[in-house]
Design a protein around this ligand. Structure first.
Ligand code: UDP
Ligand code: MG
Length: 304
């Protein structure tokens, strides 16, 4: 069986065409399937539209959250509920072409690979968003040892083993492409052009994307703490020079000058301390979240 997971957050304009398009792709394969629509606490008619589609499509399963828990939670819920031997994740806004699922499935069926990842050869979105994402991917790629982060998103198809490995990771700051890369397995890519979304606004707002990027960096890289360490070493070095200067000036009686150097060192030390506290705070916050062990999402209703 094939499971296709589609997250929806206030996508009333897109649910119907999207589910139908995925259904069409899956019908063309001919094997049994289920479509798992995750309604991430939509406040429009997304849920009602899904429930309506269910009447003519018994293969549709609907997981509806009690509120908006975010895309990463929606993807995790989809994976939790999926039963298929082959599991695919796809955005609900046609930015990942549903017909490619067929190609992904045939690739996996040949048994050479465990995982096919959609790789974007081009992106057709607002320039500022495209540039921000590109900058993130470039930096993230440099500061982690993870593979295939560049130009990939959530769109992929995995064999059951891969899904189980990912679900085994219980951490609450989840960045799916990072987790998928972390678990390894034999992987291949399917290149595609990423069109802009056909209808509605992007639901991953700039704020949400920024939070995701921070989660990704703090959970997959030691870079923030390394930077602190290097800045700390630099500060020690400067302190040494300043110390020598102070002692020499004292001995040579030039001491009273030096308002600028005093004020500058106060600023310097102050800024470094604040930055370090911020970085430590980010780690502390993450540790606190892990210790709290709150559920990643809460399901209000499940229609199977
Ligand atoms: N989405 C979601 N919960 C959210 C934000 C987005 O389930 O909090 C869904 C959204 O409905 C869409 C997919 O995730 O199907 C990708 O969202 P979007 O198109 O906004 O992301 P982008 O294309 O900017 O990565
Ligand atoms: Mg989109």
């Amino acid at each position: 069986m094939i499971s296709v997971i589609i997250p929806f957050y206030n996508e009333s304009q897109l649910v119907e065409p999207m589910v139908k398009e995925v259904q069409k792709a899956l019908n063309s394969i001919g094997d049994s399937y289920e479509i798992i629509a995750v309604d991430d606490g939509s406040t429009d008619h997304t849920f009602e539209l899904l429930a309506n589609l269910k009447h003519n499509l018994p293969e549709l399963k609907i997981v509806s959250f009690s509120r908006n828990f975010g895309l990463q939670a929606a993807l995790t819920a989809g994976l939790d509920y999926a039963n298929g031997e082959y599991v695919s994740l796809i955005d609900g806004d046609f930015q990942d072409p549903p017909e490619l699922i067929v190609e992904m499935y045939h690739t996996l069926k040949q048994n050479q690979f465990d995982l096919v990842i959609g790789k974007r050869t081009s992106r057709n979105e607002v320039t500022s968003k495209r540039m921000a994402i590109r900058a993130f991917h470039l930096i993230f790629d440099r500061i982690t040892d993870l593979e295939d982060i560049y130009n990939t998103g959530n769109f992929c198809m995995m064999k059951r083993e891969v899904v189980l490995a990912i679900l085994d990771i219980k951490e609450s700051s989840r960045y799916f492409p990072g987790l998928r890369s972390f678990v390894g397995f034999k992987r291949t890519y399917l290149h595609y052009d990423r069109p802009d979304r056909t209808k509605g606004e992007a639901k991953m707002t700039f704020g949400k994307l920024l939070n995701l990027a921070t989660d990704a960096i703090f959970s997959f890289s030691r870079w923030p703490i390394k930077i602190c360490l290097w800045l700390g070493f630099m500060a020690i070095f400067l302190l040494l020079l300043a110390g020598i200067y102070t002692i020499v000036s004292k001995a040579a009686n030039w001491a009273p000058l030096g308002w600028s150097s005093t004020i500058l060192s106060i600023y310097f030390i102050g800024t470094i301390q604040l930055t370090f506290l911020g970085v430590i705070g980010e780690y502390l916050y993450r540790i606190y979240k892990e210790v709290q062990k709150r559920p990643l999402y809460i399901v209000r209703s499940y229609i199977s």
